[in-house]
Design a protein around this ligand. Structure first.
Ligand SMILES: Cc1ncc(COP(=O)(O)O)c(C=O)c1O
Length: 458
């Protein structure tokens, strides 16, 4: 069993959670169109829908909130955030945004034209959708090992350098306004990217003069994985590793709701002055003045402090161990998960739990329903509900390679006994898996359909 270090914090404020009775869970789910996103939070017992904005802020962050300067322009809060952003990421320019997708929207608005391609290891859903919304084509070029859930490759988030080079040569540099990489790779199991890979990706982009942006939502977890797993990095501090990563890129987008442990916030950083002017104009149109970018001054201060809190190595050791512990407990009850354990979440292999449910009937969605019915637990489907889409050329349905169900662990929020409870409930579902049926849509929007779709059981 992996070691689970005692939580490196004590609890100063509590929030009551309750498990409502099974008949009520059944009725609430039916009312919600079997979409767990539509449930009321008060009807959830353990909420592992996302690690985004759901972490517990530290007392230092709450204290920083009281220092928030709410001036419209040039607030002290902005300058405190600027100092932290420059220190950690080192880009020449940045704007705050209200969250990660706002940074993606602005970057896409300024750079993506219809028919252009944006390569990455794997785009997350909001990045994918923001590129598509501008007529672009997000392209995932991850290593093949990422599609084998049992493969224990230490850096399964790596981009396939050969595929990247071939892709650039095939579509032509003029059709690629920028390239990306996501650290860690949320859509593919929260798996890290090695420094060696980031360096190689940066070299290819540089060779073809393609600007390189890192989707940095979980940069600190990725940096800690590099420290743990990559030869030569064991004695480097996480902040040094982060600085080296960002030194290889031309810019980054970031949802600060993850590794900056804030409830709301994002960043868009870059080195190109001309693009920065365009970005500021777009930001003013959509988010707000460039020194607050859709956030309150207090949010900027919480982010400035949280960026360092998320890099604390004792916290990171506990954080990754908690995830590894849940993976171990789930595997123990016979639920296969993506291996090895990733950073922020555990990815259950829904296709293996329900081998009798085809992709078109959404095995991950079936697991979402069962875990709520069994134990009031909420996670999210990362499979065909989220990613199946008609091919823009042929119109034929394209299904993702993996049908996953994600249990994302909010930072510093749940304890070891909560993790044990989740594993026990999953074990009960495994025991009756052959009786579970699939689902079909009764409503689905064109983009980001998992948020608002409605279903009925088959
Ligand atoms: C890798 C990655 N990029 C971007 C985003 C979008 O960030 P936000 O939810 O703050 O808009 C997320 C959110 O989950 C993410 O995991």
């Amino acid at each position: 069993m992996p070691t689970y270090p005692p939580e490196p914090f004590r609890i100063k404020v509590t929030e009551t959670i309750r498990l409502i009775p099974p008949e009520e869970r059944k009725a609430k789910l039916k009312d919600a169109g079997y979409n767990v996103f539509t449930l009321k939070a008060e009807d959830i017992f353990i909420d592992l829908l996302t690690d985004s904005g759901t972490g517990a802020m530290s007392q230092d962050q709450w204290a920083a909130i009281m220092r928030g300067d709410e001036s419209y322009a040039g607030a002290r809060s902005f300058h405190r955030l600027k100092a932290a952003v420059e220190d950690i990421f080192g880009f020449k320019y940045f704007v705050p945004t209200h969250q990660g997708r706002a940074a993606e929207n602005i970057l896409s608005a300024c750079m993506v034209k219809p028919g252009q391609y944006i390569p990455s290891n794997m785009h997350f859903d909001t990045t994918d959708a923001n590129i598509r919304a501008r007529g672009g084509r997000p392209t995932n070029l991850i290593i093949d090992e990422a599609f084998d859930p049992a493969n224990p490759h230490p850096f399964k988030g790596n981009m396939d350098i050969g595929k990247l080079r071939d892709f650039i040569q095939k579509v032509g540099v003029e059709k690629i306004p920028f390239g990306m990489i996501t650290v860690t790779n949320n859509a593919g199991g929260g798996q890290p990217v090695s420094m060696e890979n980031i360096r190689a990706v940066a070299a290819v982009y540089r060779e073809f003069k393609i600007p390189f942006f890192i989707d940095s939502a979980r940069f600190a977890e990725n940096a800690y994985f590099i420290k743990l797993r990559e030869p030569g990095y064991g004695n480097r501090t996480v902040i040094e590793i982060a600085r080296e990563m960002f030194g290889l890129a031309d810019g980054m987008t970031m949802s600060a709701k993850k590794d900056a442990i804030v409830n709301i916030g994002g960043l868009l950083c870059l080195n190109d002055e001309v693009l920065f002017q365009q970005i500021k104009n777009e930001l003013i149109l959509r988010e707000g003045f460039p020194t607050y970018g859709g956030l309150a001054g207090r949010d900027l201060d919480a982010m400035a402090v949280g960026l360092y809190g998320g890099l604390d190595e004792i916290y990171l050791a506990y954080r990754l161990a908690q995830t590894a512990y849940l993976v171990f407990r789930l595997n123990e009850v016979g639920i296969p998960t993506i291996q090895p354990a990733g950073g922020h979440a555990v990815y259950l292999d829904a296709a293996h739990v329900f081998p009798h449910i085809p992709q078109s009937e959404f095995p991950g969605q079936a697991l979402a329903v069962e875990l709520y019915l069994e134990g009031g637990i909420r996670g999210s489907e990362i499979g065909s509900v989220m990613f199946a889409h008609p091919d823009p050329d042929s119109g034929k349905m394209v299904y993702p390679k993996l049908e996953l169900y994600r249990l994302a662990i909010p930072r510093r929020t749940y304890t070891q006994s909560h993790m044990d409870y989740v594993a026990e409930c999953a074990g009960k579902i495994k025991a009756r898996a052959d009786k579970v049926k699939g689902y079909r849509f009764t409503y689905a929007p064109d983009l980001l359909r998992h948020f608002t779709a409605r279903f009925e059981p088959l």
